[in-house]
Ligand binder design. Structure first.
Ligand code: SF4
Ligand code: SF4
Length: 68
C-alpha cells in the first residue's frame, strides 16, 4: 500500500492535488498548513495506484508517495 505524505511546511493549500489525483484521494479538510490555510486531507489511501501525478503536479513539491 502507498504511503502518502503532505509536507505542511511546503503545502500552500492550492488544492491542485484534488483534481490531479485520478483516485480522488486528496480531499478538503480542516487541517491547516504552516501558512494558516486549509490543506488537503487524505481519503482511502489504499486506492492509490502510485501513478505519481500528485507529486509531479504539486507546485510546491509538498507531496511524497512511497510504495511498492
Ligand atoms: S497541490 Fe501541493 S501545495 Fe497544493 S494543496 Fe496539494 S499538497 Fe498543497
Ligand atoms: S500517486 Fe496517483 S493515485 Fe496515488 S495519490 Fe498520487 S495522484 Fe493519486
Amino acid at each position: 500500500m502507498a504511503n502518502i505524505t503532505i509536507d505542511r511546511t511546503c503545502c500552500k493549500g492550492c488544492n491542485i492535488c484534488l483534481t490531479a489525483c485520478p483516485k480522488k484521494i486528496f480531499v478538503k479538510s480542516r487541517a491547516r498548513n504552516d501558512y494558516g490555510t486549509a490543506m488537503p486531507g487524505l481519503n482511502k489511501q489504499e486506492n492509490c495506484v502510485i501513478c505519481g501525478m500528485c507529486e509531479r503536479l504539486c507546485p510546491d513539491g509538498a507531496i511524497n508517495v512511497e510504495g511498492e
